[in-house]
Design a protein. Sequence first.
Length: 647
Amino acid sequence: MKLAAIFCKIGFIATAIGAFLLPFFFLPITSEFYDFNKQALVIFLALASLLLLTGSFVAERQVTLTFSPFGLPILAILVSLVLSTVFRSPNRLDALIDPGQVGTYLGLAVIFFCAINFIRTKSQLDIFSTSLAVSAALLGLITILWTSGLAAKIPLISNIQFLNSVTWSPTGSPLATLSLFIAFLPFLALQLIREKTFNFKSLLLAVCFALILTASGLLIYRSDRPIFLSHRFSWAIALESLKVSPFLGTGPGSYLADFTQFRPVTYNLTPNWSVRFTSASNYYLHLLATLGLLGTVAYLWLIYRAAAALKKSGSLQLVPVLVIFATQLFLPAYFIQTVFLFLFLILAVASLKLAGSSLIQESSVDIVAASSKSSFLPIISLILAIATALPAGYFFARSYLAEVLFQAALTAAAKNDGKATYETLIKAISANPYRDSYRVVYSQTNLLLANSLASNPAAAGLTDADKNTITQLVQQAIREAKNAVAVNPAQVANLENLAGVYRNLLNFAQGADAWTVASYRQAIALDPVNPNLRIALGGVLYAQKNYDDAIRLFQQAVDLKPDLANAHYNLAAAYREKGERPQAVASLETVLTLVDKSSADYTKVAQELADLNAAPATPAASQLTQPEPLPTPKVNPPLRLDESLSP
């Protein structure tokens, strides 16, 4: 066997095994068990495929490529992703390594272009098709075992906490699993119809179909239902995003920032008003918001090419591709769905190629026409592949290491091991300094350690060494909270964390009150219709006895969500402290109309209303909370922090 054929065969085997493993590949060693590890497998397979394909070019002394109707649309999608990442993404690293974003599409595109060249025989096509079907069937069997409760009776499984849920799925989401099954059912049904005789293959297809159909039925009739952002709000957010950047969108992975900044105020009247969504109601509105018109048109071009190819060729392998496109009209983006979209495209192109379809062209490429084979272009392609694979592999390996370390830090934190948490977070940030979530957790860890040290001094009180340690921890807490904002300035949660850090430092540092107010104002600018941010800022001003500004912010919270009892309750407290009793009474009366009459809140507010003219209201509990007083100093005199630590 020629060396080129060996390279291609190894590439095919790797692709088939990878495709088989992807639905249930996960590792509980990263902070996200499922999609991130599947993406790692995709990236590894893509880099290996690229090296094997270019190696076969060198061995064969020519570059032979398979061209399909889907190549240009896929390249257009990649171009839109890269342009949107470079010019619009608030955090380019997240856009590259987050599942379902740029890295995913780049990896899947490489696998697609390599795999359609690896599959060269009918037997290889059958093996690849069977690996997909059996993989989905095994996923169906796993789904049946878990949704029926049978898996919980297996001792090994029952001892692992995250496997105990009846909704557990190795895809990471029952709905993602269902979306995959929906694509497989018509594909397997058509394959069965095409089989004229009863044989092992038809029996295998029938078993796969039965398992997937049964699992789909169990998933459809589950009692719990996921919460989605409505189509109306998704459309409104997409339109606002287009106003900011019509052609490139707001950047891959930025939908959460789009949601917080662009959702309409009427969203506050819905039952899920406090939920922040990371994706739109369907994939197309998600694309429109994050990739703009360029990315959306490129994706629609791919759909058009798939539909046209099905009409012209009648290839059954294109049916699941179009089914996935159809389900994306009703479902948000799922990583496993995107993966299998490309796997089905590989299957369709390979099938058309082996059938001799005119839609598929296979030709040799060279820089100049020559009568004999030249190694120049193959060697150049291999050098470029190595130059791409080495830095890409190193970059993703460090990102993966950082995720492993971050998960280890979270595990240590769950065990109340502050020292291990602190040290492991430092290693995670060192491995990947561009991940804002690591810095948020590290800032909170520093703050907790500072609070712990200040709250539990020795009998003789805090020593100078203790005060120096507290100062260092406080400075690190602020610095890392600010770094998180710098790494991803569009993420409102980072500013909320910074404001929370400053607020907790009111018992340590002079000037932290002004920094707290400034941070909350920046957060409000990124999440303008969130009433809770205004309540939080109003609470700080209330504690400073700045009742006029506190009243203004509490009133804004009331205007944003008129049925939020806590906003009215805080407004009543501010009016009472200012001495405006009629307004305080009116606000408390409104609270009584919003809380359950059988609750402790109702009884407490009714008593406060009755006693309002006699004595100050007592603090409420449960859902209703008055503005919190500023923390009492634990370090005297308060620490003096450098102005560079201000927001």
